[in-house]
Design a binder for this molecule. Structure first.
Ligand code: NAD
Length: 360
C-alpha cells in the first residue's frame, strides 16, 4: 500500500516586540489580555533572580496564585541536557495544559532553553521572551531559534519555535556587568554592518557615549538592531538563505570562540570575526578600503578586539571552520559585506584568501 497524505500547514507566527524603558510593569496586563493563560511559569537564572526577585513578584506575580517561578544557575553551563531535564520535570509537576505559558526572564541562555522547553512540552506551548542582556535584547529573543548545548558542541539540539510576545525593557541593562554589556555591543555592531548604514553612522558619531553606556544612544541602537533582525527574519524565517547574513563575523568568530574553550565571550569572538571577515570582504566582495578602515576604527575604539586569534594558527582555525555548519559542497562559505549596511551570503572563498585575511 502506498498512500499519500497531503499536508500543507500554513500558520501565522506573527508576534509583537515591544521596546521601551520601564515597560516590564505592563507585561502582566499584556499576557492576561492577549494570551489568556491558565498558568504562567516564569523561568529565570540565579543572577537575574537576585537582582529582580522583588520586581518580578511586585509587577508580574502580584498575588496571582497561578504564577510559578523556576530558577536555574546563571551561565552557559545551564544550557544543558541536565538542566533541560530538570526543568522539564519541574514544569510537568506543575501540571501544565496547552493554555499554559512560559516566560523567559534573562539572557540568551534562559531564552534559548525556555524556548526549547516550550517547543517540546505537550508538543508545543506558548512562551514570552523578556530579554535582560544586550545579546538577548538585540538578537536571541527574536527569531524563534531555541536550543541547548551537548558535550559535542553548542546549540546542536534545538527547534524553531517563535515566542508569542517579546518585551524588551532596557531598564534591565542597568545591572548588566560591563563585560556582558560590550559582549552585546559586538552584536549591535554586526547588525549595523549587515543592515543599517544609518545605524552605523549613528554609532560612529556616538561611540564615546555608547562606551559610557548613555541610555539614549543605547536605546536607539537596540531598536535599530531589532529592526535589522526583524527585516531579515521576516523574509527568511527558516534560515534557508537571507538569514545567513546574521552570521557575518561568526564563521571565524565561532572557530576562535571554540578554540578558546569558550573562555573568550561570544561577542568578543564575533568582533575578531568581524575584523577578519571585513578584510575578506575587502579582498573578494567589493568592500571599499574606506569602509574597511571605518570598521577597524570602531572595533578598536570600542576595545572589542582582544586578539585571541593570534594564539591559534590558521590551520587550527581552518580545521574548526571545516566542522562548522556553514558549508556548501565541502567549501566554506561566508556572509560578507559589499558595503557598510549591505551583506551577501553563501560567498565561497579560496582557502589562501581566508588565510591572508586571518593573518592580516
Ligand atoms: N537563539 C538565538 O537566535 C541566539 C542568538 C544569539 C545568542 N544566542 C545564545 O545566547 C546565549 C548568550 O546570551 P547572553 O550573553 O545573554 O548569556 P547569558 O544568558 O549567560 O547572560 C550573561 C550573563 O549576564 C547575566 N545577566 C543577564 N541579564 C542581566 C541583568 N539585567 N543584570 C545583571 N546580570 C544579567 C546572566 O545571569 C549571565 O551571568 C548563548 O547561549 C548563545 O548561544 C542565541
Amino acid at each position: 500500500m502506498n498512500i499519500q497524505l497531503p499536508l500543507v500547514i500554513k500558520k501565522d507566527f506573527s508576534y509583537q516586540i515591544q521596546t521601551g524603558k520601564g515597560i516590564f510593569k505592563n507585561l502582566k496586563n499584556f499576557v492576561e489580555k492577549n494570551l489568556y493563560p491558565d498558568k504562567v511559569i516564569i523561568i529565570t537564572d540565579s543572577n537575574v533572580f537576585n537582582f529582580y526577585e522583588q520586581k518580578i513578584k511586585a509587577e508580574l506575580i502580584k498575588g496571582s496564585t497561578n504564577y510559578y517561578i523556576l530558577t536555574i544557575p546563571s551561565g552557559e553551563k545551564s544550557k544543558s541536557q541536565k538542566i533541560r531535564d530538570k526543568l522539564e520535570n519541574e514544569i510537568i509537576s506543575l501540571k501544565p495544559s496547552r493554555e499554559t505559558i512560559l516566560i523567559a526572564i534573562g539572557g540568551g541562555v534562559v531564552g534559548d532553553i525556555t524556548g526549547f522547553l516550550a517547543s517540546i512540552v505537550l508538543r508545543g506551548i506558548r512562551y514570552v521572551q523578556v530579554p535582560t542582556s544586550v545579546i538577548a535584547q538585540v538578537d536571541s529573543s527574536i527569531g524563534g531559534k531555541t536550543g541547548i548545548n551537548t558535550r559535542h558542541s553548542k546549540n546542536l539540539i534545538g527547534t524553531f519555535h517563535h515566542p508569542s510576545f517579546v518585551l524588551v525593557d532596557t531598564e534591565f541593562l542597568k545591572t548588566l556587568p560591563d563585560d556582558e554589556f560590550f559582549n552585546g555591543v559586538a552584536e549591535i555592531l554586526k547588525s549595523m554592518l549587515i543592515g543599517s548604514k544609518e545605524g552605523f553612522e549613528f554609532l560612529e558619531k556616538n561611540v564615546d557615549k555608547l562606551m559610557n553606556r548613555d541610555e539614549k544612544v543605547l536605546n536607539k541602537l537596540i531598536e535599530e538592531s531589532i529592526k535589522v533582525k526583524v527585516n531579515v527574519v521576516k523574509k527568511d524565517p527558516d534560515e534557508k538563505n537571507l538569514r545567513k547574513i546574521l552570521n557575518f563575523g561568526h564563521t571565524i568568530g565561532h572557530a576562535i570562540e571554540s578554540l578558546s574553550y569558550y573562555k573568550l565571550k561570544h561577542g568578543f569572538a564575533v568582533a575578531e570575526g568581524i575584523i577578519v571577515e571585513s578584510y575578506l570582504s575587502f579582498l573578494v566582495n567589493g568592500l571599499s578600503e574606506v569602509d574597511l578602515l571605518r570598521i577597524q576604527y570602531i572595533v578598536d575604539k570600542l576595545n572589542l578586539d582582544k586578539n585571541e586569534r593570534r594564539k591559534f594558527s590558521f590551520k587550527k582555525v581552518f580545521e574548526k571552520m571545516s566542522y562548522d555548519k556553514k558549508r556548501i559542497n565541502n567549501q566554506i562559505t561566508f556572509s560578507l559585506l559589499n558595503k557598510i549596511g549591505n551583506c551577501n551570503y553563501n560567498v565561497i572563498v579560496k582557502e589562501e584568501l581566508i588565510e591572508l585575511a586571518y593573518n592580516h
